[in-house]
Design a binder for this molecule. Structure first.
Ligand SMILES: [Zn+2]
Length: 114
């Protein structure tokens, strides 16, 4: 299910038809995992600043997995590494959430959109 969602998302993000694009598969999985974790938690700030901080911290601790696509043609190869990537991503995103929650880049009273 997650895999299908990522596939659809990538296809949509590809933009101009026939144009090749460089993608980082790790980034796609981080975004997906963060969304899933945030959906289950009410104790952390979900503003854009904090979400981007969490993604940046997690991605800095994970190896990038670049691939070129002009439609998701290469995507089936990446599916094989999905579960392995996902396990590592969950660990790093969870760590990043704890760090950002402890020290958000904004004052606590600055966030109203929770
Ligand atoms: Zn925030």
């Amino acid at each position: 299910m997650f895999v299908a969602e990522i596939y659809i998302k990538n296809t949509m993000l590809d933009g101009v038809v026939g144009m090749k694009k460089l993608n980082n598969y790790t980034e796609t999985v981080v975004e997906q995992v963060l969304k899933e974790i945030l959906a289950d938690r009410d104790d952390i700030c979900k503003c854009e600043t904090c979400q981007l901080d969490i993604m940046a911290k997690a991605l800095n601790n994970l190896p990038p997995q670049y691939y070129v696509t002009d439609r998701g043609e290469v995507f089936s190869k990446l599916l094989a590494s999905y579960l392995d990537t996902r396990t590592k991503v969950v660990t790093e995103v969870t760590k990043a959430i704890m760090q950002v929650s402890r020290q958000p880049h904004h004052a606590a009273n600055e966030v109203a959109d929770k």
